[in-house]
Design a protein around this ligand. Structure first.
Ligand code: 5GP
Ligand code: ZN
Length: 113
């Protein structure tokens, strides 16, 4: 999608601190980190959010989560991290391209705000 910031980052058309890439996924550091480790994991194809996912996206969704677990291990937070997606404005979604937040490196309170 032409005007989507995460499509542009995933395609490396605008710079970011990229930490992972494969044929279907990309990951980069959040611009405004909320924890010592705060990485965003996105599909390369544009999907607006979890609500827009379909059965054919199931493997891709699983893949994104496995990428997150690998990045957690690589970043030294395997024993305690949070993986989440905000779906819709009511949950605070501000970028309409599906992304998982990988957060860790500090105590993570529950429930989240
Ligand atoms: P959301 O609020 O949609 O769940 O999360 C969007 C996240 O994207 C926010 O944590 C925000 O800091 C991050 N973000 C927004 N624009 C950019 C950008 O241009 N580059 C990077 N690296 N992160 C961004
Ligand atoms: Zn997009």
């Amino acid at each position: 999608m032409n005007d989507c910031i995460f499509c542009k980052i995933a395609a490396r058309r605008i710079p970011s601190q990229n930490v992972y890439e494969d044929e279907s996924a990309a990951a980069f550091k959040d611009l405004n980190p909320q924890a010592p480790v705060h990485i965003l994991i996105v599909p390369k194809k544009h999907i607006s959010g979890l609500d827009a996912c379909r059965r054919e996206d199931a493997a891709l969704l699983g893949h994104l989560q496995l990428v997150a677990a690998k990045l957690a291990a690589e970043n030294g937070i395997a024993g305690g991290y949070r993986l989440l997606t905000n779906n819709g404005r009511g949950a605070g979604q501000s970028v309409d391209h599906l992304h998982y937040h990988l957060l860790g490196g500090r105590p993570l309170a529950w429930p989240p705000g």
